[in-house]
Design a protein around this ligand. Structure first.
Ligand code: ZN
Length: 46
């Protein structure tokens, strides 16, 4: 599960771009960007 942000309505959505279509469930926009870009040098504190 990856966090994505719709570039149109700016809602954060959880989708799996491999198994699901990359489409915003809120406004059906098809352009989403990663909410948290992969950064191998940074570890998120849980
Ligand atoms: Zn949207």
């Amino acid at each position: 599960m990856a966090g994505y942000i719709c570039v149109k309505c700016e809602e954060e959505v959880d989708i799996n771009p491999v198994e699901e279509k990359v489409i915003c469930p809120n406004c059906s926009h098809r352009v989403l960007m990663k909410a948290r870009p992969d950064d191998p040098d940074r570890v998120e504190a849980v």
